[in-house]
Design a protein around this ligand. Sequence first.
Ligand code: SF4
Length: 129
Amino acid sequence: MTSLSAPARRASAVNLLTQPRTAAAPDRPARSGWQRQAACGDLDGAWFFPADREPADVRAARTARAKSVCALCPVVSDCLAYALSVREPFGIWGGLTEAERAAALRARSRARSPQRGHPVRVSLSPDGT
Ligand code: SF4
């Protein structure tokens, strides 16, 4: 099994949100509100984001470790709401993987349009029969 440790400390999900503003990323907010309570705030971001060409067994172990942190995080709902609102494409946010968040967004979209996928009854006669 490949080591999970990263050669350099990488930002966790919350730290990515709160990196110093730069010309390349001028809109990054300062850490505030729910982000200050994040359980991952001081953890290695490698737990939350996949490395290039990450083997499946390493990915599974990393994901399980990250989710165990999220499960104890006091702001998991805020984090997930944020990630869904910006359609965050990478990493573990709010205890969900990229694929799980995509599925949640699809489910939410289906719930908002309940008629979608159901046959529409069309009457061709004047009395509606
Ligand atoms: S839910 Fe997970 S990713 Fe989000 S702030 Fe908490 S520990 Fe970090």
